[in-house]
Design a protein. Structure first.
Lengths: 281, 412
């Protein structure tokens, strides 16, 4: 159960990454740092006596504008360039964010207490922290909201059009510049939600962003680009697999086994692809 | 154009060289004894780095205002050159090199954390510069045969074995079943080795032995195992993050264990961040203000606590206290050596046997302090939800009685 709840949360972060990757062809290394920044917003609300759950509303709004700001300052200069350049640029942003957060918030590990209790199932043998359930529900709400938004709204359609073919979209009157900015903003907002949820369920620290980047990167790779339901599934799958690996093999093999799974999936994919290629020959 | 560039580079290089050589000063300038320290003022250790620096500064001011250091009939004052090592071991080693070869510092104070101390120790050793450090507890620091390294704190492997011994004692001398989860870093793994030793000594059994990856902030799986096998003691060490994560998830999953022992509770501000959920947790600490050690400069722990709070606006964590103690050790050694000769000071340091407000200090041949036991405190909350750390073991220093076993979650 823990695995599924954890996976849903990761899937939300991966969603943002997949969106950005698909639309702008940018792999955002700073993804995790945006998450942590979102977490700090919720944490500060908690410090000032506001319930951190409100962070899931405030944090994405703030983060949306942070995202737009980053886009205007840096990303718009690398968006049409080589993937490698965007990786470098976002890596730079990541380091900058880490240091700024460390400077502004200090290097202490912090968390926000939601005060949510625990749900017990099956005569106390399964315990579900309500904060994790809350995190999962909110993640699902936002994910569904995003899918609907992409399908129905004008901007959503523009984003999808740009993802399919930026040049054609431009010719047909889509302001791609605006679409890119909005995409980056939406991604940052999703990170903000995830961050607020993480500060409620886990802990945050200025240097803890990278694991989230890697995890979401992995989920996107496993799911394949542009495959949003796949992202949700692979997020949950990896979460469950992780918890099981931890329980059965021991914690030290937890992350290793996830990466092993990733390698296996990639090898399997290649194998399948090469079969197809032979066919073409 | 090219030649002009080369000339500019050359001239500026020389200017740079000159400027540094003008600033550089020798070990003892006039009436000042200059110590060097690379400290993490930025980067991931910056909070504890600042505690360390405040501890050093507090002691420097105190010693200077109380008459300074008397060597050869003359009075000297302490002064420290600080550099920021950015929490980066490579940078720390470079800075140590710089302090010694450019700034001509002949005595060093340690950085924060075992990792950084490990990076600096080979440098100070190479130049024969005595270093008194207060924040590197890893056992491997003391097994390399370093001659110029002295640590005022108890080594990492002693952090939690008091807990195991207490548990065995409460179990009527019979061995206990231990579940443990340690982060995979030098310090936590040393704590783990200490537990393994203690288990063997007391005939206890280790039934869960998890290693937590550094980037992990979820230990639900470990705790699920703990729930299934019901050990007598649960030991967790993973720096601040480990302590915070453990308490949060133990409370969420309602894990009942008779004893929970941890490290880094005070750095994590457990009782502040988790309130009542952290109640009954046992924490290893190098120092606590209620300990009754005494010295001339800071009087005792309570006075140190009050003075430090007045000066820096927050209560001193043990990292600050042990850093202050390092300077007391240096002062004592200089006066006994009655010289600034590095070899003589080193020998005087090795022969240190003193009491400070922080504890007794006497170095083993490896450089670690063996005469100061670790203390265990327990987080105890009153009915209004205010939590406090009370020393419960060893019994000699206890200010409260250990609550054991921890009440079940259903009864809280």
């Amino acid at each position: 159960m823990d695995g599924i709840l954890l996976g849903i949360l990761f899937a939300l972060i991966a969603y943002g990454m997949a969106l950005q990757w698909g639309v702008m062809n940018i792999i955002n290394i700073a993804q995790g740092d945006l998450v942590i920044l979102g977490g700090y917003i919720a944490y500060f609300m908690y410090l000032y006596g506001i319930h951190p759950a409100w962070g899931v509303i405030v944090s994405p709004i703030v983060m949306y504008f942070v995202g737009i700001g980053i886009y205007k300052l840096v990303i718009n200069k690398v968006v049409d360039r080589d993937l490698f350049i965007s990786i470098l640029a976002t890596f730079g942003i990541s380091i900058l964010f880490m240091q700024l957060m460390n400077f502004a918030f200090g290097a202490d590990v912090v968390l926000a207490n939601s005060g949510y209790g625990t749900t017990m199932l099956f005569d106390n043998s399964v315990t579900l922290p309500n904060s994790k359930i809350f995190a999962a529900v909110i993640s699902i709400v936002f994910a569904i909201g995003l899918v609907v938004y992409m399908k129905k709204s004008k901007l959503g359609r523009a984003i999808r059009a740009t993802a399919q073919n930026a040049r054609a979209a431009k010719i047909l009157g889509v302001d791609t510049e605006k679409v890119y900015a909005a995409t980056f903003g939406i991604n940052a907002a999703l990170c903000g939600v995830a961050g607020a949820l993480i500060s409620i369920t886990f802990t945050i620290h200025p240097y803890m962003g990278l694991p989230y980047t890697i995890r979401s990167f992995m989920i996107v790779i496993v799911a394949g680009l542009g495959n949003l339901p796949g992202v949700a599934l692979s997020g949950m799958g990896l979460g469950v697999f992780e918890e099981f690996a931890d329980y059965i093999l021991g914690t030290e093999f937890r992350i290793g086994s996830v990466f092993l799974l990733l390698v296996l999936i990639l090898v399997y994919r290649r194998f399948k692809l090469s079969k197809k290629r032979e066919y073409l020959k | 154009m090219k030649i002009k560039n080369i000339i500019i580079t050359f001239v500026s290089a020389i200017a740079l060289l000159l400027s540094t050589s003008v600033v550089s000063f020798a070990k003892v300038v006039g009436d000042k004894i200059v110590l060097g320290a690379a400290i993490s003022l930025t980067g991931k250790y910056s909070s504890n780095g600042v505690h360390t620096q405040n501890g050093y500064n507090m002691a420097v001011d105190r010693i200077n205002s109380m008459g300074g250091v008397k060597v050869g009939g003359k009075t000297y004052k302490f002064d420290i050159i600080y550099y920021d090592d950015e929490s980066n071991p490579k940078r720390a080693a470079q800075l140590a090199e710089r302090l010694i070869s450019q700034d001509k510092v002949e005595f060093m104070l340690g950085p924060y954390s075992s990792g950084l101390t490990k990076a600096i120790a080979p440098v100070t050793e190479k130049y024969g510069v005595p270093m008194v450090e207060a924040n590197g507890a890893s056992r491997s620091l003391f097994t390399k045969g370093y001659k110029y390294l002295f640590a005022v704190l108890a080594p990492a492997n002693l952090y939690l074995d008091v807990a195991i011994e207490t548990a065995v004692e409460l179990n009527g001398g019979k061995g206990v079943r231990i579940a443990q989860a340690f982060e995979q870093d030098a310090f936590s793994q040393d704590v783990r080795l200490g537990i393994l030793d203690a288990a063997e000594r007391t005939g206890s059994k280790i039934i869960i032995d998890d290693k937590l990856p550094k980037e992990l902030n979820d230990m639900a799986a470990t705790l699920a195992k703990v729930k299934a096998v019901k050990p007598d003691v649960l030991v967790v060490s993973g720096h601040t993050k480990g302590a915070l994560t453990a308490i949060r998830q133990i409370a969420e999953m309602k894990v009942d264990v008779p004893m929970l022992a941890m490290t880094h509770c005070d750095a994590a501000k457990l009782s502040k961040q988790h309130g009542k959920n952290s109640q009954y947790a046992l924490c290893a600490s190098q120092w606590h203000k209620t300990l009754t050690y005494k010295d001339k400069w800071f009087k005792d722990g309570m006075t140190y606590d009050a003075d430090f709070t007045k000066e820096f606006g927050y209560a001193p964590p043990y990292q600050a206290a042990e850093s202050s103690a390092a300077l007391l050790v240096f002062k004592d050694a200089f006066e006994r050596a009655n010289s600034f000769d590095q070899k003589k000071v080193r020998d005087a340091l090795a022969a240190t046997d003193m009491q400070t407000f922080y504890g007794n200090i006497k170095f083993a041949p490896g450089g670690q302090n063996v005469s100061k036991p670790m203390v265990l405190f327990q987080v105890i909350c009153d009915s209004s939800g205010k939590c406090e750390n009370k020393v419960v073991a060893p019994l000699k220093w206890a200010s409260a009685k250990l609550i054991h076993p921890m009440p079940k979650w259903s009864e809280r």
